[in-house]
Design a binder for this molecule. Structure first.
Ligand code: IMP
Ligand code: MG
Length: 178
C-alpha cells in the first residue's frame, strides 16, 4: 500500500497530538451538555474511535452512513443516507464527526436534516478541511488540519474502499485513480 502513496501528509504522531487537543477542547466546551457524537461512516470510524477516548466528559455515540462518492475520486454531489439514527436527537446537543469536509455537500445536507429533527445544537468536528473545492457555504466548527486540494487516504479515508487501515494520512498517487 505504501507504494501507492506519493507523500505522507500527516504521520501517526501528528494525528495523535491533534486528536488529543480536539478531545480536550470538546471536553471543556461541552461540559455538562451530554452531547451525542455522530460519526459519519465509514470514513470517520478511525478518527471517532481515537477522539472519543480523548474526551473526558460523558458522551453518547451514534453513527450514520452517508455517501456522495460511489467509487470515484470525485463527489457526485448527491448525498445518500444509508441508515438512520438509533438515538432520539430532539432537543439534544449534536457533534457530527467527519473525516473530511470537501465540497461541503455532505455536512450541509446533514446540518439541515438535524435541524429538521429538532436538535438543540449541531456542530461539525472534521479531522480534515479541504477548502479548495467548496460548493456549499459551510465551515466545520472544529478542524484537525487544513489540507491542500489533493486526494488523501488513510486513517479511515479510502479510495474505492481501500487504504482505510493506513495509520497515517497520505496523498494518493494520481496514477492510481486516473
Ligand atoms: P463532501 O460532501 O464533498 O464534503 O465530501 C465528504 C466526503 O467525501 C468525505 O466524508 C469523504 O468520505 C469523501 N472525501 C472527500 N475528499 C476526500 C479525499 O481526499 N479522500 C478520501 N475521501 C474524500
Ligand atoms: Mg465520509
Amino acid at each position: 500500500m505504501r507504494a501507492d502513496i506519493q507523500e505522507i501528509l500527516l504521520d501517526e504522531e501528528a494525528l495523535e497530538k491533534r486528536v488529543s487537543e480536539l478531545g480536550a477542547k470538546i471536553s471543556e466546551e461541552y461540559f455538562g451538555k451530554n452531547p451525542i457524537l455522530i460519526g459519519i461512516l465509514k470514513g470517520s470510524a478511525v478518527f471517532l474511535s481515537d477522539l472519543m477516548r480523548k474526551i473526558t466528559i460523558p458522551v453518547e455515540i451514534d453513527f450514520l452512513k452517508a455517501s456522495s462518492y460511489g467509487s470515484a475520486a470525485q463527489s457526485c454531489g448527491v448525498v445518500q443516507l444509508e441508515n438512520d439514527l438509533s438515538i432520539e436527537v430532539k432537543n439534544r446537543t449534536i457533534i457530527l464527526v467527519e473525516d473530511i469536509v470537501d465540497t461541503g455537500n455532505t455536512v450541509k445536507y446533514l446540518l439541515e436534516r438535524f435541524s429538521g429533527l429538532g436538535a438543540a445544537d449541531v456542530k461539525i468536528c472534521s479531522l480534515l478541511n479541504k477548502k479548495g473545492r467548496r460548493e456549499q457555504i459551510v465551515a466545520p466548527d472544529y478542524i484537525g488540519f487544513e489540507i491542500p486540494n489533493a486526494f488523501v487516504v488513510g486513517y479511515g479515508l479510502d479510495y474505492a474502499q481501500k487504504y482505510r487501515n493506513l495509520p497515517y494520512i497520505g496523498i494518493l498517487k494520481k496514477e492510481i485513480y486516473q
